[in-house]
Design a protein around this ligand. Structure first.
Ligand SMILES: Nc1ncnc2c1ncn2[C@@H]1O[C@H](COP(=O)(O)OP(=O)(O)OP(=O)(O)O)[C@@H](O)[C@H]1O
Length: 380
């Protein structure tokens, strides 16, 4: 399916210092965000972060207290939702129960007064893309949940607004279907050249689907970055914790400049270059961020630290070990197949080594902001 979208030099959407308060709650605080044409941007954040409010403000369903919403460069102040040429798709994608799959898909086009032939063509193209050609003659009650969701998505996507706003559109689906449909959403967006802004609290969904992620927390954009940057260079400790499973290990640490070493969890490792650059000659206490996949079991005599296994969580191909010593508790990801050979079971002693020192993160003890690696916010 191809659809021509008008090209303008201005981004499809720009939010400029948007504020929104609901009585005691500051739902949005100084939100500034740009969404370029033909991109897939994800608003990621926990419940109550302000995702839905952001989408509603863009759609014109809520008015900002301050700041501007620009669509294709045009200030939307005073514009009715229906005149903004944006489509908002919610999670409860209801279908008309008495209409067939075809009629449901066709309804937005019929409302717009399109000709029958054009409608048939567009519906069939959409049905083919979403793999629902075989159920076009059926009523929703005879479809599976996933089929209904596809028809509903197709009905929303069959129009060609300049911006699609999707509010957790996959949240009511089971895990398998969600993964399948999110890949299709991405493909649809790419093939149509449409511009999507999607809200989700699920970081795996955001990482899998987004070109750019805007991480919202308590009404603020905490980080705007490509998915990999968000994971590798989180703006602060909370972002690092929110993005990634098993969760990143965060532990008190000290940088010792003379020796160029980092001490943590009762052990010591050579400081990565990024830390030397960030800390210079200053002995510094900080919080060390260690992703579980950057740790590995090792010979206790040669490892950075020693610990005891207190839990083993098998996850199929990989397992998560929780290990503890007097100073710290850490999660370590290992290949499940290696567990018996290494004798790793609850109660076993082991050494733990850092496999990728360049991936270590340092956070400020007070503010939690990342202090190493120092890197300008990378372009997504
Ligand atoms: N109409 C309203 N009246 C009062 N408070 C509101 C209203 N709408 C939203 N809020 C509050 O504003 C904050 C942001 O809400 P919002 O629905 O935007 O969050 P969200 O990130 O979409 O959360 P969720 O993932 O749970 O949908 C919350 O504290 C919420 O309680």
């Amino acid at each position: 399916m191809t659809t021509a979208f008008a090209t303008t030099t201005a981004p499809v959407l720009a939010l400029e210092q948007v504020h929104k308060r609901f009585r005691a709650t500051q739902a949005l605080h100084d939100v500034t965000l740009t969404v370029p044409e033909a991109s897939f941007t994800v608003l990621l954040g926990p419940a109550g972060a302000g995702k839905t409010t952001t989408l509603r403000v863009i759609a014109g369903l809520d008015q900002p207290d301050a700041g501007r919403v620009l669509l294709a460069g045009q200030d939307m102040r005073g514009w009715e939702p229906k005149d903004r040429n944006v489509a908002m798709i919610f999670d409860n994608l209801a279908l008309y129960p008495n209409k067939t799959g075809f009629q449901n898909l066709a309804s937005p086009l019929r409302i717009r007064g399109e000709k029958s032939e054009a409608i048939r063509e567009k519906v069939e193209a959409m049905a083919k893309t979403l793999k629902v050609l075989h159920i076009l003659d059926r009523l929703p009650r005879t479809m599976s949940g996933g089929e209904r969701q596809r028809i509903a998505l197709g009905r929303a996507l069959i129009r060609t607004p300049r911006l699609f706003l999707l509010d957790e559109p996959l949240s009511s689906l089971d895990a398998m279907l969600r993964i399948e449909l999110r890949a299709e959403l991405k493909r649809l967006q790419r093939e149509c050249g449409a511009t999507f802004l999607m809200a989700t609290p699920d970081y795996t969904e955001a990482l899998a689907i987004a070109d750019t992620v805007a991480l919202l927390r308590e009404g603020r954009v905490v980080q705007l970055a490509g998915p990999q940057t968000l994971y590798d260079l989180p703006a602060d400790r909370e972002v690092a914790r929110f993005v990634g499973a098993p969760q990143i290990n965060c532990l008190p640490a000290r940088y010792v400049p003379g020796q160029g070493r980092v001490e943590a969890a009762g052990g010591s490792i050579r400081a990565p270059r990024a830390f030397v650059e960030a800390f210079g000659e200053a002995e510094t206490a900080f919080e060390l961020g260690l992703r579980p996949e950057h740790l590995a079991p090792a010979d206790p005599d040669r490892a950075a630290l020693r610990a005891e296994v207190i839990d083993v969580e098998p996850l199929g191909l990989k397992s998560v070990l929780t290990v503890r010593n007097e100073d710290a508790e850490l999660r370590v990801v290992v290949e499940t197949a290696t567990l018996p050979r290494l004798g790793l079971a609850v109660g076993a002693s082991l050494g733990v080594t850092v496999t990728n020192p360049d991936a270590l993160l340092a956070f400020d003890l007070q503010s939690g902001r990342r202090i190493a690696p120092v890197q300008a916010m990378a372009a997504p």
